[in-house]
Design a protein around this ligand. Structure first.
Ligand code: N01
Length: 546
């Protein structure tokens, strides 16, 4: 180990959501001094900020929860199959208290910059509170969907009513009683909040650009028997999710092809899964994500359900996605979404037919119509995966900014490290399964891999870890190759491809080869002596820099 300057902290972690909290806990096994910075005034990350009405997880709570501590797993009682956001936030507060994590967290503080100092082999981290400190290890635990996106709609600032982004919801809530409300956007956030806002508002107008496939959650209270059954089988189910399931969620996988089954049998199976609820529907046949014809059978089934539920055939057609395969835009899981359009106080505006011209003081103007409004809800999504990283001024070796390195799309090794940015880790970063997996499983796997890498670094008495440039480039090729085996390229205008952000390169952001495959690849790399990672002394690094 080089004899270089002492640092303020062994590890600095950014973010105190699922990733940051587990990172603090895990890093304590080996790092005496840890500092975590959190922009909010509480823990929870995405669950701290996203407090819009109707927010829930779209993965069942028995699975969307930590597995690292058996007692924790057995002592927390989820109230419903799909817990409301507030309950998930309460769970994360419980975790913070139970493991005494708050003592390492500085709240209300945003990290604005992190610069690698090659001379000293450390990171210099700056916050918006004017503090600069040094650390050996820098962990970005900032989430994949934490940088909210407000579209550049002309006149948005001229609106005289209330404007609310779903991802930055006022913590005291918003009273929509009797008001004229607009929701712009029909992704997961829009689809979750629309039914709840409709119950309260005098008039709700939904401005839809692209309709989404959505499946009823069939959410219900969780019985003691169900909870107990999970607890008795947790070890095996957690193993199965990680090692055998593409989305790291326990599913019942159907036969290989939807095409090998006649329509009556296929529809019976789709109906059965529809009644179970949630994304279980998508696993009815294994080729739904990869074969256009099979995919169309599932898409047709959903369109039939929309036509069945929505009374007005014109509205039902507007709500029916026809331009992309099911599952290539994030599948939505809802609670009475389509039923909401049968309410007399709800109206749907198709922005493909009548685009927004501008927003005025009194409302939204489309074509020749002015929709007079009291409030506008922006359910317009996120600068996904890269946004939370590039919005911080991160500079690696040679003062190269991450933003510049990623100008043509993100480059990383396994989505966890970036060549030229030694000792910096990106939890569930671009190039890893992240948003295509149960992100809690993905987070635990990444934090445990980071811990392994750091233990290996300490054992081998070196200072720095970073990917070999060749390993990074090979991984980039693999990420691009696996997506070609899916139908994602038939839906190029999604946030998975960066298409929702003007000027963002159109490349697949998450690794689409399945979490189970990714997990195996990572384990093989570790077993192979951390293949593709370079471990070095800071003195060697100085030589490399000169
Ligand atoms: O964001 P989105 P989201 N004019 O990007 C529309 C996770 N999540 O916040 O599709 C008009 O999906 C845009 O239209 P289009 C989950 O992974 C999880 O809803 O681009 N419309 C789209 O309809 C999810 O996938 C949970 O044509 C505009 C919508 O806004 C991810 O977060 C809950 C527009 C944005 O949809 C993102 O979901 C909630 C414009 N200028 C979210 N700009 C869980 O349950 C954008 N839109 C865990």
């Amino acid at each position: 180990m080089s004899d270089y300057k002492a640092v303020d902290y062994d590890v600095v972690i950014v973010g105190a959501g699922f990733a940051g909290l587990y990172a603090i806990h895990k890093m304590r096994e080996q790092a005496p001094s840890i500092r975590c910075f959190e922009a909010g005034d509480g823990v929870g990350g995405v669950w701290f900020w996203n407090r819009y009405p109707g927010i829930r997880c779209d993965i069942e709570s028995m699975q969307y929860s930590y597995s690292f501590d058996k007692d924790l797993q057995n002592e927390w009682d989820w109230s419903e199959h799909y817990a409301p956001g507030g309950e998930i936030c309460a769970y994360l507060n419980h975790v913070a208290d139970r493991f005494n994590l708050r003592r390492d967290i500085t709240f209300n503080t945003r990290v604005t910059a992190a610069h690698f100092d090659g001379e000293e082999g450390l990171w210099r981290v700056t916050t918006d509170q004017g503090e600069t400190l040094t650390t050996r290890v820098f962990i970005m635990a900032t989430g994949s969907l934490s940088a909210s996106q407000t579209p550049d709609i002309p006149g948005l600032d001229d609106f005289s009513g209330g404007t609310y982004h779903t991802a930055e919801w006022p913590h005291d809530g918003v009273d929509f009683s009797g008001r004229r409300v607009a929701v712009i956007g029909t992704g997961s956030s829009g689809i979750q909040c629309i039914p709840e806002i409709a119950k309260e508002a005098g008039q709700l107008t939904v401005f839809q650009r692209t309709p989404n496939f959505s499946i009823p959650a069939q959410n219900r209270s969780m019985s003691d028997e169900y909870r107990q059954d999970w607890r008795e089988n947790y070890d095996e189910r957690r193993r199965y999710a990680k090692e055998e399931c593409p989305s790291a969620v326990v599913r019942e996988f159907g036969p290989p092809s939807a095409k090998a089954v006649d329509k009556a049998a296929r529809d019976a199976e789709y109906h059965r899964r529809w009644r179970i609820g949630g994304a279980e529907f998508m696993s009815a046949y294994r080729d739904i994500p990869t074969d256009l014809e099979s995919n169309a059978t599932a898409a047709d089934f959903v369109r039939e359900r929309i036509a069945e539920v929505v009374n007005n055939p014109e509205t039902a057609e507007m709500l029916s996605p026809r331009d992309y395969p099911i599952g290539t835009k994030r599948i939505c899981i809802d609670n009475f979404y389509f039923e909401t359009y049968n309410r007399s106080n709800v109206r749907l505006v198709d922005l493909k037919k009548t685009p927004i011209k501008r927003i005025e003081a009194s409302g939204i103007r489309t074509g020749t119509e002015l929709h007079v409004l009291d409030d506008i809800v922006l359910a317009t999504g996120f600068d996904a995966l890269t946004g939370p990283l590039t919005r911080v001024d991160i500079r690696g070796r040679g003062n190269l900014s991450l933003k510049d390195k990623w100008a043509d799309g993100p480059k990383s090794y396994l989505g966890i490290m970036v060549a030229g940015f030694p000792n910096m880790f990106t939890v569930t970063g671009p190039g890893s399964p992240s948003v295509l997996a149960n992100v809690v499983v993905a987070i635990e796997q990444h934090i445990e891999l980071i811990a392994d890498l750091l233990v290996h670094k300490a054992k081998t008495n070196v200072d720095l870890i970073e990917p070999e440039p060749q390993a990074e480039s090979d991984w980039g090729n693999e990420v691009n190759a696996v997506v070609e085996r899916t139908l994602f390229s038939h839906s190029p205008t999604t946030w998975y491809m960066g298409a929702n952000i003007p000027g963002k390169p159109r490349v697949i952001l998450p690794y689409a080869g399945g979490f189970h495959n990714y997990y195996r690849i990572c384990n093989d790399i570790v077993a192979d002596g951390y293949r593709g990672f370079r471990f070095s002394l800071a003195t060697e690094d100085r030589l490399q820099d000169t």
